[in-house]
Ligand binder design. Structure first.
Ligand SMILES: Nc1ncnc2c1ncn2[C@@H]1O[C@H](COP(=O)(O)OP(=O)(O)OP(=O)(O)O)[C@@H](O)[C@H]1O
Length: 264
């Protein structure tokens, strides 16, 4: 369960280039829910993921995971609760380490001590098993440096890493955007499977409205650092991209008329 209250982030506060990236954003995500997050450039999507993972510090607000306050904790301390897969397949894995070593690092996430040798040997079979599920032949390449893998293979391993020691929250930051369409479809199908099988509470940022409509239990649209639209079960409502655009236009018009009222 993820509860975000009144999140506010202002970059370069008090200077001529002040930028309000999150402006009182609120969202409650029940455990196991898969939320897709869309919004125009600069709407605050990456900043939202960054404040949840602890990469960016909140100016105001509260972030609770299963009732535990995260706002004052470092990114490192949150690592046991929050896993993330980035857009760049090179981010989030260590290219000089082997596939197995990367998986072992993910396994130790959020724990004070790394895994001992014996445990690691024991876990090796588990890693092999998990890799076999990907059906990419990686189960026989445990000792290969992860830097040798293709982008899609690497994103698939990143997803496995994120789900290996289930965190309470999974953050997906346009994690298929850098892949070719076929590989992106494969990684998306894998995402759905892992999220469902492991019951992960998930926020997935995407620029693809189609993707956001088809995947997940709920669609959230950000606009100017706030939640502008919140649609439950978009796929079952048969909504299309034109419907979303129309809803977005309506929200924008309302935002403008609000401003107009204020000015009036
Ligand atoms: N480190 C930073 N310093 C200054 N301004 C920033 C910083 N990070 C983000 N911003 C600004 O905050 C606003 C929100 O940015 P953010 O990256 O969260 O948007 P986004 O919805 O992810 O956009 P995009 O779809 O273009 O990636 C933007 O105006 C952006 O320029």
């Amino acid at each position: 369960m993820l509860t975000l209250k009144d999140l506010r982030v202002v970059f370069n506060a008090g200077t001529p280039i002040q930028n309000v990236a999150l402006d009182g954003l609120a969202l409650h995500v029940p455990a196991g829910q898969f939320v897709t997050v869309i919004g125009s450039n600069g709407a605050g999507k990456s900043t939202l993921l960054n404040v949840i993972s602890g990469e960016v510090t909140l100016d105001e607000g509260s972030i609770q995971i299963d009732g535990m306050e995260m706002a004052g904790l470092s990114a490192w301390r949150r690592a046991g609760h929050v896993a993330r897969v980035f857009q760049d397949p090179l981010a989030g894995t260590c290219e000089d380490l082997s596939i197995e070593e990367n998986l072992a690092l993910a396994d130790a996430r959020g724990q004070r001590r790394g895994l001992g040798r014996a445990v690691r040997r024991e876990r090796r079979e588990e890693y092999r098993e998990q890799l076999r599920l990907l059906d990419l032949g990686l189960e026989d390449r445990l000792e290969d440096p992860i830097g040798l893998l293709s982008g899609g293979q690497r994103q698939s391993v990143s997803l496995l890493m994120a789900a290996l020691r289930p965190s309470r929250i999974l953050l997906l930051d346009e994690h298929t955007a850098a892949l070719d369409p076929r590989t992106a479809d494969y990684v998306l199908a894998l995402t759905r499977k892992l999220v469902k099988d492991k019951g992960l509470t998930t926020l997935m940022v995407t620029h693809s409205m189609r993707q956001a409509l088809e995947i997940g239990d709920r669609l959230v649209m950000l606009h100017r650092g706030k939640v502008a639209l919140d649609v439950a079960e978009p796929a079952s409502k048969g909504l299309g991209v034109p419907d979303l655009l129309e809803m977005f236009q309506r929200v924008r018009a309302e935002a403008i008329s609000d401003d107009a009222l204020l000015l009036g």
